[in-house]
Design a protein around this ligand. Structure first.
Ligand SMILES: [Zn+2]
Length: 353
């Protein structure tokens, strides 16, 4: 019998392949017999044949054969250990009657809950719910809304300006002015009217930004609900009815409202709306400052200059628009005393909702 080193290596490879495939201890025992067994083991055949080799080859082949035998023995033992470990694992007793581990899912932020609620009410009143860019241009945030450059009303909506005139997500021309973080959701009035013709009824709920010092009732980031309705025959009584319906549906009871004259550049006439204090029923308490009324929102009939900016024919359409602070509305609804809680990230606050 002629034995070469490559023959031994071939046997080793074959054995290793089989060991890897073996699924149980019995087949590993059989492999041990097949390769290392004293009687029929392939490696023993080799060792037995060494004595027939020329003298100078014996040490080299003998050493290699011993080395391979040792290696295979090790591999078989390792494989056996692996199998018995797996068995132990799967034989661990499980008690399927134990209660399951609770998965902490969390819940929506109170402001998000409020957004859905408000959107649902306005949908039920026939308003389309719109979304809009938080990054706006000076044109949409101010000029188209009758607040030209240098107008003192711009001070009421001081904001954060962004560098440059154009960014990937919002295509602007230089005439639209600088990019800024929108101070109100009103720019969407313009964007929507540019695309569509009346009759229009839409509601925009979204995040707005103001460059101002924060205190219990002011935040740099806030949510606004903007509603508007444009058609050929819309008047203030439609506005009053819409607001009263909205507030009554939100608070789940009949709510009285009153209008006071006010000023906004994009509406004429403009009003501030108060509603009867739900805490005291209008008799006067600390929530309403003893007046029986709570200040709620600003509104008015859309200014003709706004239609002009869009390009609607002069005098053809009328419409109303209103803006409600979602944060303040939620504060009133859930008696929250500080607007800064909303963005505080404090879980003790969030978990109460
Ligand atoms: Zn009150």
């Amino acid at each position: 019998m002629i034995i070469t080193p490559s023959q031994i290596k071939e046997i080793k490879k074959e054995a290793e392949r089989e060991i890897e495939k073996a699924q149980d201890v019995l087949s590993l025992d059989n492999l041990w017999k097949k390769y290392l067994g004293r009687k029929e083991g392939k490696m023993n055949d080799i060792l037995r044949g060494i004595k027939d080799l020329p003298l100078d080859q014996r040490p080299q082949i003998g050493a290699l054969a011993n080395q391979v035998s040792q290696k295979l023995e090790e591999k078989i033992n390792q494989a056996k250990e692996k199998i018995s470990q797996g068995k132990n694992k799967s034989s661990v007793k499980r008690d399927f009657t134990l209660p399951g581990r609770k998965i902490d899912l969390g819940h929506e932020h109170p402001l998000t809950q409020m957004r859905w609620k408000v959107a649902e009410i306005f949908s039920s009143l026939g308003f389309e719910i719109l979304d809009g860019p938080e990054m706006e241009t000076e044109y949409y945030n101010f000029e188209a809304l009758n607040i030209p450059d240098g107008h003192p009303a711009r001070d009421m909506w001081d904001t954060f300006f962004l560098k440059g005139f154009s960014q990937k997500k919002i295509k602007t021309t230089e005439s639209e002015g600088k990019l800024l973080l929108r101070t109100h959701t009103s720019p969407m009035q313009i964007r929507f009217m540019e695309k569509r013709q009346p009759p229009l009824r839409a509601c925009v709920i979204g995040r707005c930004f103001r460059n101002e010092a924060t205190d219990v009732s002011h935040e740099h980031t806030l949510y606004q609900v903007e509603g508007f309705c444009v058609d050929e025959d819309i008047n203030v009584s439609n506005l009053i009815h819409t607001l009263r319906s909205f507030l009554s549906l939100l608070f789940g009871q009949e709510v009285k409202i009153r209008l006071r004259p006010s000023y906004f550049p994009f509406t004429e006439p403009s009003f501030e709306v108060d509603f009867s204090c739900l805490n005291c029923g209008g008799r006067g308490c600390s929530v309403c400052g003893q007046s029986g009324w709570v200040e709620m929102l600003g509104c008015g009939m859309i200014h003709p200059r706004v239609y002009e900016a869009i390009g609607y024919p002069a005098g053809k359409y009328q419409g109303f628009a209103f803006g409600i602070g979602l944060d303040r509305l939620l504060m009133m609804l859930r008696q929250i005393d500080d607007i800064r809680w909303f963005h505080s990230g404090d879980l003790r606050f969030i978990r109460q909702f």
